[in-house]
Design a protein around this ligand. Structure first.
Ligand code: GLV
Ligand code: GLV
Length: 355
């Protein structure tokens, strides 16, 4: 008979659906109206026979769901996301379910949002837009919405994997910023790029850009003018940015987070924004989505968007296709998807291979 594949959400594009159908799958897309499905909702969706599931980052894929999927004969699960902190990979292993994620296709799109938030915060675009719409503009003034010039300032990247490196490249090449980055692993390709770009500028008689790999994260926090967070979320990065670390940052620094909300202690951040009106933040993710910590929505020095970093048409269709391929590849036993887990727990390409 046909394989039964369930997608917990309708996903952009149709290529992913045809891909599955052409390979003898019956595709079922959940029609439930509520945004976030509970574990019970998903158990009902899995039912008695299910070969694979395409799920979302809002869902809690732990012991209970993998047990249910395994009981239904399922062997494959893919998150439609690169991050997989919502997935208990050990539990999946225990129940013989392979796990996939969707790296690569969202790298540039996500980095572009981080760059957008950096610029939006630097130039106070949201505040200025609100000012215009409120009818408050009554003439040009020398001090109206004065922000920061990025050129010649230092961009700090914490977590120089695919996305962090793409963001760094954009800020260096686009705005001629100097770079300081922190990662457990050396970002060789990024370093080569920035070095070559610095040489290029020098050859043209322009001021070159400089880069360094920081030996501690605190060095980045102390020295950078714009800091963007790109680590994975796990026990070691929970509340990486806390009250103490915020206090070490420059008073007029810009902090951007397009990774995962819990990387930042959001209560401490709100307090820091209140105490430091010149400190600005651009946030795509929140500690307790879809909620924000009290006070954040009132802060003029915060730009806040609803977890849309990967939201370009090309990328979202690519993520859907990749998620479908992950599930299909496992079900059909295609060799490149034959590994028990295709998820990539390391920050960049120089990381040692998983044990
Ligand atoms: C989105 O947050 C993702 O991890 O892909
Ligand atoms: C500003 O609009 C200027 O012309 O300097």
């Amino acid at each position: 008979g046909k394989y039964r594949v369930v997608s917990t959400k309708s996903m952009p594009g149709t290529r992913w659906i045809y891909l599955l159908i052409e390979q003898d799958c019956r595709v079922e897309i959940c029609t439930e109206k509520k945004t976030i499905l509970s574990v019970e909702d998903i158990i009902a969706l899995i039912g008695h026979k299910c070969d694979g599931v395409i799920g979302q980052l809002t869902e809690d894929w732990g012991e209970t769901l993998f047990a249910a999927l395994s009981r239904a004969g399922g062997t494959a699960f893919s998150n439609m996301a690169v991050g997989y902190n919502n997935v208990d990979v050990n539990a999946a292993n225990k129940y013989g379910v392979a796990v996939g994620n969707t790296p690569g296709v969202l790298t540039e799109t996500t980095a572009e949002l981080a760059a957008s938030l950096s610029l939006t915060a630097a130039r106070r675009i949201v505040e200025a837009d609100e000012f215009m719409r409120a009818g408050l503009y009554d003439g040009w003034l020398p001090h109206l919405f004065v922000g920061n010039l990025l050129k010649g300032q230092t961009v700090g990247v914490i977590g120089a994997g695919r996305i962090g490196s793409a963001y760094a490249r954009m800020m260096v090449e686009g705005f001629k910023m100097n770079l300081i980055y922190y990662d457990l692993y050396q970002a060789t390709r990024l370093e080569k790029f920035v070095t070559a770009y610095g040489e290029f500028l020098k050859a043209r008689g322009e001021q070159p850009v400089y880069w360094k790999r920081a030996s501690t994260m605190d060095e980045v926090l102390r020295e950078a003018d714009v800091i963007s967070l790109h680590p994975i979320l796990d026990k070691t990065t929970y509340h990486l940015i806390n009250k103490e670390r915020l206090a070490t940052m420059k008073k007029e620094a810009i902090l951007v987070n397009c990774s995962r909300g819990p990387v930042v202690d959001e209560v401490a951040l709100v307090e820091h924004l209140k105490q430091n009106p010149m400190f600005r933040v651009g946030l795509d993710v929140f500690e307790d989505e879809p909620f924000m910590k009290p006070g954040l929505a009132e802060m003029k020095n915060a730009v806040i968007v609803p977890h849309i970093a990967s939201a370009s048409k090309w990328t979202r269709e690519g993520m859907a296709k990749l998620a479908a391929l992950n599930v299909l590849g496992k079900i059909k036993g295609y060799p490149i998807w034959g590994d028990p887990n295709r998820v990539e727990p390391f920050l960049n390409e120089n990381a040692p291979p998983p044990a």
